[in-house]
Design a protein around this ligand. Structure first.
Ligand SMILES: NC(=O)C1=CN([C@@H]2O[C@H](COP(=O)(O)OP(=O)(O)OC[C@H]3O[C@@H](n4cnc5c(N)ncnc54)[C@H](O)[C@@H]3O)[C@@H](O)[C@H]2O)C=CC1
Ligand SMILES: O=C(O)[C@H]1O[C@H](OP(=O)(O)OP(=O)(O)OC[C@H]2O[C@@H](n3ccc(=O)[nH]c3=O)[C@H](O)[C@@H]2O)[C@H](O)[C@@H](O)[C@@H]1O
Length: 439
């Protein structure tokens, strides 16, 4: 099938590449000329495990192409995926201008029946707006607008796309349904379902899923903070509740708050949708509040221990990306923690396996970026662990102790056993567990 994907970010590029992998002819379109040129020259502009292999294979076989021209890109397309940004407006609502602008452009270009797919995360009613935008210029016979929200996670995006637990397709058109089914069949071979539903339910499913997951994490962060106060260990509590299949083991890891380009904006946008319909989503309002507090918790712990003024202190940081296996720093807790430390005049040394370029763009030389984890602890007064990259899980603590000015660790991801850290001679604070002082 001929497919066009508009927007080649994390979602668009993975979507386009994976559809090429199953034999479709895919053209990816982006307004970022530099990005398009890099992709045309064989460079994958984002870090996403497994993507490069698929990208190379499909570009080599000419099933995956790139252009800045919408007109050229959609020329033969039966299906056009919109994988465009939907960033938050000032009031928390989703900015639909990217989507509606492209929809208006498509209205001037479509001449044969085409399925337009909202792949971006968009509020309930957006597919109707896209439909109306097109219908203001061309006959509704010439297109259907489908909602097909994406559930991939960054860091495992290719795997998630190739083996989705479910595919959600919102459409009332049998013709569009048949086309979408044909497209997705290769990905649901293992018996995972495609759920067809009405467009508004599909749009709502995406926000409900992200908001539920954000709530689950935030609930655990709240419980963790209480565990610290009552002398319980949140890791044991997590195992204790997670073995109840009604609760489930996954997404119960407490930490430094959820970040990323989606949970924060999507929870805000759903609250906003509630307000638009005179309904207060009170649980989600609390989730936002608790998460904002949690993002600063590691800095708060540090300040409580080392004092308010950090001007003569050097702080090491391990992990800058909002989660492991990505270079993405959008809404990463590290951004908030770094800003807090800078406001308190600390010197910062930081290491992340993939996200340092993005941090450099954001903070310039205010943060000393170093080339490995051990370098980031040389002469530091304390180390903060913000992202749970595998490389941080079993470091040589003897070497660390010899390099650090003081053996003090604030671990936002509970990577180590507290008893062990005490035995190794560290002052060690983590999330929802006892503080130990082996010094
Ligand atoms: N990043 C993720 O893990 C997931 C994101 N989503 C949703 O998917 C959508 C896209 O997200 P990302 O891929 O992360 O965004 P992104 O910001 O990484 O990529 C968007 C791309 O669209 C391009 N673009 C902007 N205007 C354009 C135009 N007029 N024509 C062509 N290209 C244009 C940009 O240059 C950029 O390359 C958002 O709605 C997001 O909420 C959904 C599931 C997962
Ligand atoms: O709509 C989206 O963009 C995507 O948002 C999330 O994916 P992603 O943001 O890539 O990453 P997650 O693995 O969900 O992690 C999000 C945040 O929650 C945090 N988290 C996650 C799990 C956990 O147990 N604890 C925890 O603090 C992570 O550290 C991270 O900051 C969802 O998991 C995807 O299903 C969805 O498609």
């Amino acid at each position: 099938m001929n497919i066009a994907v508009v927007g080649t970010g994390y979602v668009g590029l993975v979507t386009g590449t994976c559809f090429a992998e199953t034999g479709n002819e895919v053209v990816c379109i982006d307004v970022d000329a530099d990005k398009v040129q890099r992709m045309q020259q064989g460079e994958v502009p984002i870090y996403e495990p497994g993507l490069k292999t698929l990208f190379d294979r499909n570009t080599r076989q000419n099933r995956l192409q790139f252009t800045t021209s919408l007109e050229e890109g959609i020329k033969d397309a039966e299906v056009i995926f919109l994988a465009l940004p939907t960033p938050p407006n000032g009031d928390g609502s989703a900015d639909l201008s990217y989507i509606l602008k492209v929809a208006a452009q498509l209205a001037d270009l479509i001449t044969d029946y085409t399925v337009i797919v909202d792949k971006s995360t968009v509020p309930v009613g957006t597919a109707d707006q896209v439909h109306d935008t097109l219908a203001s210029k061309i006959s509704p016979e010439l297109f259907d607008v489908v909602s097909n929200p994406e559930f991939l996670r960054e860091g495992v995006a290719v795997d998630d796309f190739l083996k989705p637990e479910r595919v959600i397709i919102g459409t009332e058109s049998q013709r569009a349904r048949n086309i979408m089914e044909r497209l997705y069949k290769p990905f649901v071979r293992q018996g995972n379902p495609i759920y067809f539903m009405d467009v508004r339910s599909a749009e709502m499913t995406k926000y409900a899923a992200n908001s539920f997951l954000a709530t689950k994490i935030t609930f655990m962060n709240d419980i963790a903070n209480l565990c610290e106060r009552v002398g319980a260990n949140v890791d044991q509590v997590r195992i204790g509740i997670g073995s109840d299949s009604r609760i489930g083991k996954r997404f119960l890891f407490p930490g430094v708050g959820y970040g990323g380009s989606c949970f924060p904006k999507d929870v805000e946008a759903l609250v906003r949708t509630g307000q638009d319909y005179d309904y207060d989503l009170r649980i989600l309002q609390s989730v936002i509040e608790v998460n904002n507090r949690q993002k600063r918790i590691l800095a708060d712990k540090l300040v409580q221990y080392l004092g308010e003024d950090l001007c003569n202190k050097t702080i090491g940081i391990w992990g800058l990306a909002f989660k492991p296996n990505t270079d993405d720093i959008r809404e990463a807790p590290a951004l908030y923690i770094i800003q807090e430390l800078l406001d308190r005049h600390a010197t910062i040394k930081a290491y992340d396996p993939e996200a340092m370029e993005n941090i450099r763009t954001r903070f310039g030389d205010q943060v000393h970026l170093v080339s490995d984890a051990y370098e980031a602890v040389i002469d530091v007064d304390a180390l903060l662990i913000i992202t749970e990259w595998s490389v941080f899980r079993t470091p040589n603590f003897e070497v660390m102790k010899s390099l650090m000015k003081q053996p003090i660790i604030f671990d936002g991801r509970n990577l180590y056993e507290t008893d062990y850290m005490a035995k190794k001679g560290f002052y060690y604070e983590s999330i929802g567990r006892e503080v130990v002082d082996g010094g």
